[in-house]
Design a protein around this ligand. Structure first.
Ligand code: MN
Length: 293
C-alpha cells in the first residue's frame, strides 16, 4: 500500500523583480515561510515566466560581475538564450532545454546576461535559476562548471501518450539525468498532455516541491494548481500523482535535506557567521579572482 504525499501549501506567484536589466524573475522562496529548511538542499528559486524583450544594442543585458560562495547556481533555459562567464575562465551559452550547473563552492565571480544575438533580435525569454546548497564538507571545494545540453538529458516517455519527463538530475523510472550533484537530489522537467498523468514516489523524509509553469494540474486527485503556482509538499507520505487538466509544463524539485546550519548573506551561503565574515574579507581582497571585460 502506498501513502499519499501530503501538501503543505499551494503558493501563487510573488511580484516580479529585475535581476540587473536582463532578467525579470519571481523569487518564490522569499514568499514561502521557512522554505529554505522545508525544501533543503534548495536555497532559492527564481522563475522567469515568459516575457518578451525588445531588441537592444546592449551586448550585456543582464547582471554584471558578482561573487558566489558555498553553493551551486543552476540555470535552466526554456525560451531564449542566456550567456555566462566566470573568473575561472569557464562560460558558455545555454538555449532552450539546456542547463548550466555551476558549482561556486569556494568562490567565483561571474556575470550573467542575455546572449548577444538574442538580445539584438529581442523575443521571448523563459528560464529559471535555482540555488542548491552544498554540505559543509564541500563548501570550500574548487569551483566546477557543468554545461548540460538538451540532448544529454534523460528522457522518459510516459504511457498512454501522457507526456514526457526530462531528467536533469537524479533518476526517474530508472533513467538518470546527466548532472553530477554533491547530495542526492532530483530535478525533473515534466510535460503533460491534457488528461496525461505522471506518478512519483519520494521518500517521506526527503523534501519535494513543484512549480507549474504552464497549464493546470490536479495533484492526488484533489488539489488544484495552475500556471505560476508553487506546490510545497510535507514530509508525510510518499506517492504523488499529477494529472493535467490542460496541457501542462512542470518543474519538480526533490532532495535529501542537508541537516546543517544555514547562514546566508547575499551571494554567500555558509554554516556560520564567522565563515560569512571570511567570505566578505576574501572577496574584498580579491581572492575570488578577476573578471576581465
Ligand atoms: Mn550569479
Amino acid at each position: 500500500m502506498t501513502t499519499e504525499r501530503k501538501i503543505e501549501g499551494v503558493y501563487g506567484a510573488p511580484p516580479a523583480h529585475w535581476v540587473g536589466d536582463g532578467f525579470r524573475v519571481m523569487g518564490y522562496f522569499s514568499a514561502i515561510p521557512d522554505i529554505q529548511r522545508k525544501l533543503s538542499p534548495f536555497l532559492l528559486f527564481d522563475y522567469h515566466a515568459p516575457y518578451n524583450y525588445p531588441p537592444t544594442q546592449n551586448e550585456r543585458r543582464g547582471v554584471g560581475p558578482h561573487p558566489h560562495r558555498g553553493f551551486e547556481t543552476v540555470t535552466l533555459a526554456f525560451q531564449g538564450s542566456v550567456a555566462h562567464h566566470d573568473s575561472t575562465g569557464s562560460g558558455g551559452v545555454i538555449g532552450p532545454g539546456d542547463v548550466q550547473w555551476m558549482t561556486a563552492a569556494s568562490g567565483i565571480l561571474h556575470r550573467e546576461y542575455q546572449e548577444k544575438e538574442f538580445a539584438r533580435a529581442g523575443g521571448p525569454m523563459q528560464m529559471a535559476q535555482i540555488w542548491v546548497n552544498l554540505p559543509r564538507a564541500h563548501k570550500m571545494d574548487a569551483p566546477r562548471y557543468q554545461a548540460l545540453a538538451a540532448e544529454q538529458m534523460g528522457r522518459v516517455a510516459l504511457p498512454d501518450e501522457a507526456g514526457v519527463v526530462r531528467v536533469i538530475a537524479g533518476e526517474y523510472q530508472g533513467v538518470r539525468g546527466p548532472a553530477k550533484t554533491f547530495t542526492p537530489l532530483k530535478l525533473l522537467d515534466v510535460r503533460l498532455n491534457r488528461k496525461g498523468r505522471a506518478d512519483f514516489s519520494f521518500p517521506a523524509q526527503e523534501n519535494a516541491g513543484l512549480l507549474v509553469m504552464k497549464g493546470a494540474v490536479s495533484i492526488n486527485g484533489k488539489t488544484h494548481a495552475a500556471a505560476n503556482d508553487f506546490v510545497l509538499f510535507r514530509n508525510e507520505g510518499e506517492h504523488l500523482s499529477v494529472e493535467a487538466e490542460s496541457e501542462a509544463h512542470l518543474l519538480v524539485l526533490e532532495g535529501e535535506p542537508i541537516r546543517e546550519p544555514v547562514v546566508a548573506y547575499g551571494p554567500f551561503v555558509m554554516n556560520s557567521e564567522q565563515e560569512i565574515r571570511q567570505a566578505i574579507d576574501d572577496f574584498k581582497r580579491g581572492a575570488f579572482g578577476e573578471l576581465a571585460d
